[in-house]
Design a protein around this ligand. Structure first.
Ligand SMILES: [Zn+2]
Length: 85
């Protein structure tokens, strides 16, 4: 046990976490879901009077302090709480 998380189902560090990109190493600390997760992000947009469009550098930004919600069980926490290690 390296992450201090214990549940009734005995969730533990999982060596077979399938996430390797945006959710690399992420897993719900409550239900064990590998995602998707809702994550609060910052994003720059090109704003017009009529609406918005993607900015040239409109990449989204987030970190482990971002607010996150598990889509499967709706548990809430910081994105960093979803680290599966
Ligand atoms: Zn969950």
């Amino acid at each position: 046990m390296t992450n201090g998380i214990t549940t009734d189902s005995g969730l533990d560090r999982n060596e077979t976490n399938p996430n390797s990109n945006c959710l690399d190493g992420k897993r719900c600390p409550r239900c064990g879901s590998y995602g998707p997760f809702e994550v609060e992000v910052s994003m720059r947009v090109l704003l017009y009077d009529s609406g918005s469009d993607d900015a040239e550098d409109g990449s989204i930004e987030y970190d482990d302090d971002a607010f996150a919600v598990c889509y499967a069980c709706r548990c809430k926490g910081k994105f960093g709480d979803f680290n599966d290690r």
